[in-house]
Design a protein around this ligand. Sequence first.
Ligand code: FES
Length: 172
Amino acid sequence: MTLSENTIPANPLENPEQKAVIDAIIDENLHLNGATMVILNQIQERIGFISKPVQAYIAERLRVPISKVHGVVSFYSFFTTSPRGKHTIKFCLGTACYVGGIDQIIEKAKQLLGIEPGNTTPDGMITLEVCRCVGACSQAPVVVVDENIRGRVQPNKFPKIIQDIQTQEGAH
Ligand code: FES
């Protein structure tokens, strides 16, 4: 069976350097209360994502069911199971943004980029994500491009956001 690199991210456990980082994080925090959360946070930060094999490995080392680790990873949107793209566009799903029509912006993004929130474009350039209220409700609907908040985004303005990212990349 052949699967593209886009569907199967590289397994950090097969990379000796990354495996050493993962082992060190686990060894250091194994006996803490709330070890799962602490370890997941550090692995997300250092490795950049927490793939299924890594979740299974953490569960085995902590002697907890894999469903527990998987449950935590899926509950918090800041954990990702595959590498994030170079740029991230987050859609606020808070009440004000929802009422303000964020779903139409998400539709537009899906149309333009051909991916669903939670995924990355095949060129590794843009990841789409959803997030909770970012505190800019008066500017709803809001998207967060990398760390920058863009308010009052309308579906017809969204292509410009993508273009800006492309221009920025082209300029490098
Ligand atoms: S609901 Fe989107 S910023 Fe508050």
